[in-house]
Ligand binder design. Structure first.
Ligand code: ZN
Length: 314
């Protein structure tokens, strides 16, 4: 499987090739309509070649280069006039890149361009995101209508808390423990957070605990070949969201991995969101006692209330 970086480079290459193809096609079409334009395009490319030759000729070429530069400018002006006479803007024949900064090469001044980094992040997010409807779960389509009685004001408070938390997110944000029964909107709200934080340009990993831990276990035993270690990504991403903690099969590996993730991210000061149906003492029983005390000591608890939304909808 190609790495996220390789995938991102391939996307950027095809963007560039496509942009150049579109420009080439446009030029061909217009030259068919206007022989005058074809002539001037030919002279512009000739003058470019002449300039290259003149540069190769060294100091004797200086005057010639100046002359060619002047000529080239005149030709460009002439071309703009021809395009205007066809009712077309001056940049019609330019290549329109998706990223004008790096002209779809992925590199700017010897460094990876932001457009490439953004793609890598996006792939990282998609790879580790175990839930398909990520894009469908937003703050805008979360409804409080399903909550009644005491649940309603509590959930309104939680909704506002999550929305503000996402809006104010940075790498020093606090961690959150979302608890409560199944079907109360924990997954929806944490996906809404993930979407909002990704949109701010942060690196987010969202995964069910079971899925993530089995990926880590495969990596540990060398069955997963990749030049990016999922464990590094999990420990160092800007925001980690672990959905459904407690539904995975708990082994010694899982116990150690959960402790490592929780502990390392607290020590690095990086925010984590954990969703669970477990009660506090179940967390203490199921995992390393230190996981429990870390979470209780460091995470802001949000206790969801209400009736199972999926059952109400059904
Ligand atoms: Zn770029």
């Amino acid at each position: 499987m190609p790495s996220n970086l390789e995938r991102a480079k391939a996307v950027i290459d095809s963007r560039r090739e496509n942009a150049e193809l579109v420009a080439e096609k446009k030029r061909f079409e217009l030259e068919t309509v206007s022989p005058e334009l074809k002539e001037i395009n030919y002279r512009i490319s000739r003058s470019g070649l002449d300039a290259l030759k003149a540069i190769g000729a060294g100091s004797n070429g200086v005057n010639l280069i100046e002359q060619l530069a002047k000529q080239s400018l005149e030709l460009q002006t002439k071309r703009t006039e021809i395009l205007a006479s066809l009712g077309l803007p001056a940049d019609t024949l330019d290549v329109h890149y998706t990223c004008p900064v790096c002209e779809d090469t992925g590199v700017k001044d010897g460094h990876y361009c932001e457009c490439l980094k953004a793609l890598v992040k996006q792939f990282q997010f998609e790879n580790l995101c175990s839930c398909a409807p990520a894009k469908d779960s937003t703050f805008a389509n979360f409804t409080l209508d399903y909550y009644e009685g005491d649940a309603r004001p509590r959930m309104e408070q939680i909704y506002n808390y999550c929305k503000n938390w996402a809006a104010d997110f940075d790498k020093t944000s606090n961690s959150i423990l979302m608890c409560g029964q199944t079907g109360l909107g924990k997954t929806h709200l944490s996906l809404a957070i993930a979407n909002a934080v990704v949109a701010k340009g942060y690196n987010v990993i969202y995964s069910s605990a079971g899925n993530l831990l089995s990926k880590l276990e495969k990596e540990k035993f060398g069955r997963l070949k990749s030049d990016e270690s999922p464990e590094d990504a999990v420990l160092s991403c800007d925001l980690l969201i672990l959905d459904d903690l407690g539904t995975e099969f708990v082994t010694e590996f899982v116990r150690a991995a959960i402790y490592n993730i929780v502990n390392t991210r607290i020590l690095s000061g990086l925010p984590t969101i954990i969703n669970t149906n477990l009660l506090y003492d179940e967390i203490a029983d199921k995992y390393d006692k230190r996981v429990y005390s870390r979470i209780i000591g460091d995470y802001t608890p949000l206790e969801f209330l209400g009736e199972d939304i999926r059952q109400i909808k059904a």
